[in-house]
Design a protein around this ligand. Structure first.
Ligand code: 2M8
Length: 435
């Protein structure tokens, strides 16, 4: 039976628990994804967190985003981790690995050298829209806008390696869906990292809920490769072995450009350039990533033009695209509702096709249900004119956190909590879905 939206008492209980979880992970300057597993500030986590905080604490929502944006590199690159001043060395790789201070365009604060999906413009617009104090909200937007625009410019110019309209990712960590089966075909050449390293991610979370050792070797090898070319994107096609176009990353980029257009409008600026960029991403998505045979969007290697075949949750993210042709939208919705995804398990939306032999209900981005991808599909379903699907997704997500707590991810079959506990974006986005 479809999940029921929780009643008023349960909603109140969940909202209080979510606020307490976010308060527990607040450092005074930023919200950690999880105190034990991820003890620094993460880029797209902070965007999701700000979206939830916007409902309960405007000031903190704004500080979360502005603090992250202060770690931006001169080129516009917004790093995926901001280490700040903390001496906490329990997370690998730490700031010494990336050596951002050795790069001329990096800021004084220590950061990683890669990026994550640009949900920040959507977060900034959401924060502004929910602000009680309109003048303060416009001041916030005026401060954030040039930085967000530079972040997008970096992605649209430096990461579009052949003018096809899409931004590529240079590391699976940049996708946010680290060990998704979507990356498997593009990682076969990376078996060995150059340096010896010790994984520190399995102290609080069981090994079978995390990426494999082979995945980690590839992650470190690729991060070393990008670091050693000085994070120079002009060298990517010649010297770097992973340049992939991801439908989730690019759908978020498109949505972000539309949000920047709206922000520009509110600030009395010209929205035109953002609307044109959004159109270009739309064309890139349709020409390059739509797989007409499978009826979904898939990943693609920029260098070879070869497309992956895995149907993952990321393929549904283009539902955020308002210009999706009706037949494409209908086929996508059909697959989403089919036994491969929402129709095949009690606790949707699984990150990977349930019928695939290597579907893994416990392992991170290879099967489990996540609150942030559910939130994105919730927004996407509303945009695609399917409030019924949006309602099912939000009711089911609130059911999961109600029953298993604000865990990092969930078993789509039995709804059990997996990964880190007291996970910030699960709390923040539940708050948003509760409202
Ligand atoms: C996960 O990724 C980090 C690397 O960035 C890790 O596994 O150590 C992903 O789920 C990513 O999307 C998320 O931003 C990060 C922090 O929550 O954890």
């Amino acid at each position: 039976p479809p999940a029921m939206r929780p009643g008023p008492d349960e909603r109140r209980r969940l909202a209080e628990a979510a606020v307490a979880t976010l308060a527990g992970n607040w450092t005074g300057a930023a919200t950690l994804p999880s105190r034990t597993q991820y003890p620094h500030q993460w880029s797209w986590d902070s965007a999701f967190i700000a979206i939830g905080l916007a409902r309960v604490d405007q000031d903190r929502a704004q500080r979360e985003l502005l603090g992250l944006l202060r770690a931006q590199w001169d080129t516009g690159r917004l790093p995926h981790i901001v280490y700040g001043d903390t001496e906490d060395e329990s997370y690998f790789p730490g700031p010494g690995f990336w050596d951002s201070r050795g790069v001329p365009d990096a800021p004084a604060v220590r950061t990683s050298g890669i990026v994550q999906p640009p949900v920040h413009a959507r977060a900034a617009l959401t924060v502004c829209t929910r602000a009680g104090d309109e003048a303060a909200a416009l001041r916030f937007l005026a401060e954030a806008y040039p930085k967000l625009a530079a972040q997008h410019r970096y992605l649209l110019e430096r990461r579009d390696l052949d003018g096809g309209g899409l931004a590529c990712i240079v590391h699976p960590w940049e996708s946010g869906t680290d060990n998704s089966p979507a990356w498997d075909p593009f990682l076969t050449r990376f078996t060995e990292a150059r340096s010896l390293f010790v994984r520190q991610d399995m102290v609080h979370v069981p090994a079978d809920e995390r990426p494999s050792d082979a995945d980690y070797s590839a992650y470190i090898a690729l991060a070393e490769s990008y670091r050693d070319i000085g994070y120079d994107d002009l060298k990517l096609l010649d010297k770097h072995g992973f340049t992939v176009e991801d439908p989730l990353f690019n759908a978020i980029l498109l949505d972000g450009e539309l949000c920047l257009a709206e922000i520009a409008r509110r600030l009395g600026r010209d929205p035109g350039p953002h609307l044109r960029s959004a159109r270009a991403v739309h064309r890139g998505l349709m020409e390059r990533l739509w797989d007409d045979e499978r009826g979904t969007f898939v990943a693609r290697d920029v260098r070879t033009g070869v497309r992956g075949t895995a149907a993952t949750v990321s393929g549904f993210a283009p539902l955020l695209d308002p210009w999706l042709p009706a037949d494409v939208r209908d086929r996508l919705v059909g697959l989403l509702l089919s036994p491969a995804f929402m129709g095949g398990c009690g606790h949707p939306v699984p990150t990977y096709d349930l019928r695939e032999p290597n579907f893994d209900r416990r392992r991170y981005w290879r099967g489990p249900t996540w609150v942030n991808t559910n939130w994105l599909l919730w927004v996407g379903a509303l945009r695609a004119g399917r409030p019924d699907i949006a309602r099912t997704i939000s009711a089911s997500t609130l059911g999961l956190v109600g029953r298993s707590g604000f865990r990092e991810y969930f078993d789509p079959v039995d709804g059990g909590g997996r990964g880190a506990c007291d996970f910030s974006w699960s709390a923040a986005l539940a708050l948003d879905m509760l409202a």
